[in-house]
Design a protein around this ligand. Sequence first.
Ligand code: KG4
Ligand code: ZN
Length: 361
Amino acid sequence: MARILAIESSCDETAAAVMEDEIRVLSSVVASQFSVHGKYGGVVPELASREHLRAIVPVVREAMERAALTWKDLDAVAATSGPGLAGSLLVGLTYAKAIAFATGIPLIAVNHIEGHIHAVILESRQRGNPVEFPALALIVSGGHTHLFEALGDGVYRLLGRTRDDAAGEAFDKVAKLLGFGYPGGPVIDQLAPYGDPHAVRFTLAHMKGNTLDFSFSGLKTAVLRCVESRDLAAEIAGRKRLLKENSRPSVEDWLAATPQPTRDLLASFQRTVIEELLGHAASAAERNEGVRSLIVSGGVACNSGLRAAVTQASAGLPVFFPSAALSTDNAVMIAAAAFPKFRRGEFAKLEIAAEPNLALA
Ligand code: KG4
Ligand code: ZN
């Protein structure tokens, strides 16, 4: 039997989880900094590292208490070593190093993106319907938009990545522009069904070179131009007021503050992002004939429009999404990614540095 404590602190969530034997989650704790960054319309790196420093000890302690374990019950400690915000990564990785040093157990460094992939692999195994390899893996979050071929045993081939903004970042920037606060993905997701997704025709980016690369900055600029061409100042101010009075407005509150043309704009924006993502996944599936499944993970994988549209775009491949709890950042996914490394004896030296730009392939 092996038990691993994992820590995730790459962006704005401080998370710890304990897993046993690659399949059983003994505990999972996530402290979100939502309320800290919300008013800035995005993550402020300096505030994020300060909040991680505050949260790391209680979050790890709670994960250990909920798992009813002490340090001597652990076989390894894992932490995200990159990619992510330098100061944020440093907090979780340093704490994991301290635990490894003090207890003598090995340290395992995990790539955050590999964590998102393993969230899906774990849940598919828990359901008794495991992901089959090779698999396409579309990782879509606030920081990343990557398409990989996952060959199994920790081997990945990068097929495409964003050349500018990440998909989640585009959601967040459009939401901020329109006064919907941060994070923007969940709000746009909730309001999109109330708009006409074909009302505004945005053109999809045509990539020179690798056509499986993504680009979202053109779309973001197109939304900005659209907003500038309409007189939206009053309604945007209204939504900002709403957000000041109530940090988590309901769908009804948002709808009351969002006239139909803006609902249409949101729906059209979301449809375009989904088309860009799924179009690339479908092309990759056509080109890689041996591929047996499609994994979609990361915060944007929560998007209900994306989930609804994926089946027709998957070219018959079985599609695997994480549950909502494992879509956004968490430490269960880091523990799940750490187990194969534990089996292979892939341990990190205590001198290992955080790598904000760490690549998976
Ligand atoms: O994976 P994650 O928690 O953190 C990163 O690694 O970046 O992803 C957060 C991102 C944010 O940009 C957020 O707006 C987006 O995921 N997101 C969504 C939804 N829920 C979260 N985007 C679209 N639709 C959603 N339902
Ligand atoms: Zn993430």
